[in-house]
Write a protein that binds this ligand. Structure first.
Ligand SMILES: [Zn+2]
Length: 307
C-alpha cells in the first residue's frame, strides 16, 4: 500500500554535548524511517520552525519538554497528510544548523550553539552549600537516607554544570565534615561570590507532606527574585509538588549577598525519599537550579542594559 512508502518520524531525543572545536552545543535528533525534505524558518530569536515535506508522524503530536538550559520545548505537528512541522522554543537566541545523517533510522540533526548561555555565566562566582555534614545529619527519611549525604551529589552536579557554562562554582564543604554557618559564610566572602545557594531537603513530622520549596533571605530583592526563578525551574524539571517560595527565618544564609535555601524535595515523604536515591533526580534537580540561575543572570543583565 502507498502509505507504507511515506517516511515516518519515529523518535525525537536531545543531548547537550561538546563540539569538535570545544563548542558547547544542544543537539536534537529527529529519527525517521527514510529521508525527507526539510526547510528551516527562523520566526524570531526564540522560535524556529522546521517544515518537513513528505513525512508523517509516527508519534503523538504535541509538546515535548526539553529544558536543557537553551531549548525549552519542541512541538510536533502533523500539518496535513504529507507535511509535518517541528517547532523549537528557545530560552535565548542561538545559531542553528541542520544536518542529515544517512544511517538507519535516518536522522535529522539540529545543532544549536549554547554560547549565549556561556556569556551569561562568564565571570560569575556561585557559592554552593551542601548543607549539614559530619555529626549534623540533617533530616532523615524512613528508609534511612540522610539529608547531609543526598545534598552532596546535587551540589557536585550543579558545580559541574556551572563550570561548563564558564562560571566559578565553589562548594562550602567537599567531604562529610560538620562546619559552622559562620565558616560557610566566610568562604563565600573569601571567594567574592555573587550568589549563595544552600541545598537542603525538607523534613516534616507528617509523612504525607511532599514537594520542593525555595526560601529567600529578606536582605534584598535579588534574593527574592533568585528564589522565584529557581523554584519555578526546579519544579518544572523534577515534577514534584510546588511548596512555593517563603522567607527564610533561620540564620542559615549569609546576609552580605543574594542568598537562597533550596529544599529540593521532602525527605520524610517515602515516595520522595526513594525518588531522591536515583541518579536521574540528582542530575535533574541540579539542572533545574541551573536554569533558575540562568533566568536570574539573564534578567540582571537586561536590567543593566536598560539603566
Ligand atoms: Zn537542612
Amino acid at each position: 500500500m502507498y502509505y507504507r512508502k511515506v517516511p515516518r518520524i519515529t523518535n525525537l531525543w536531545s543531548k547537550v554535548t561538546d563540539g569538535e572545536k570545544g563548542e558547547w552545543l544542544s543537539k536534537l535528533f529527529i529519527e525517521s524511517t527514510r529521508p525527507f525534505e526539510h526547510s528551516l524558518i527562523r520566526v524570531d530569536n526564540e522560535v524556529i520552525i522546521i517544515r518537513c515535506k513528505g513525512v508523517m508522524l509516527n508519534m503523538p503530536e504535541g509538546k515535548i519538554s526539553i529544558n536543557d538550559g537553551l531549548v525549552r520545548e519542541v512541538c510536533l505537528k502533523q500539518d496535513n497528510s504529507d507535511s509535518t512541522s517541528i517547532e523549537l522554543f528557545l530560552d535565548q537566541p542561538a545559531e542553528v544548523k541542520l544536518a542529515t545523517l544517512e544511517v538507519f533510522p535516518f536522522r535529522l540533526e539540529i545543532t544549536l550553539d549554547r554560547s549565549y548561555l556561556a556569556r551569561l555565566f562568564s565571570g560569575k562566582t556561585v557559592m554552593i552549600d551542601p548543607a549539614h555534614g559530619g555529626k549534623d545529619t540533617g533530616g532523615q527519611g524512613a528508609v534511612s537516607l540522610m539529608e547531609k549525604d543526598v545534598v552532596m551529589p546535587i551540589a557536585i552536579n550543579l558545580q559541574k554544570a556551572l563550570q561548563r557554562a564558564g562560571a566559578k562554582a565553589v562548594l562550602t564543604r567537599n567531604g562529610d565534615e560538620d562546619i559552622s554557618a559562620k565558616e560557610r559564610f566566610e568562604k563565600a566572602s573569601l571567594e567574592k561570590a555573587d550568589i549563595y545557594i544552600s541545598l537542603h531537603t525538607h523534613a516534616c513530622a507528617d509523612s504525607r507532606v511532599a514537594g520542593a520549596a525555595t526560601k529567600y533571605l529578606a536582605n534584598s530583592d535579588d534574593s527574592t527574585a533568585l528564589a522565584t526563578y529557581i523554584q519555578e525551574e526546579l519544579v518544572k524539571k523534577i515534577k514534584v509538588a510546588d511548596r512555593g517560595v517563603a522567607e527564610e527565618l533561620e540564620p542559615v544564609l549569609p546576609v552580605a549577598l543574594p542568598a537562597v535555601e533550596v529544599e529540593v524535595v521532602t525527605i520524610t515523604n517515602i515516595v520522595e525519599e526513594v525518588f531522591l536515591r536515583g541518579l536521574t533526580i540528582q542530575k535533574r534537580a541540579a539542572e533545574g537550579i541551573f536554569n533558575g540561575l540562568r533566568d536570574y543572570f539573564a534578567v540582571r543583565q537586561s536590567d543593566l542594559k536598560v539603566n
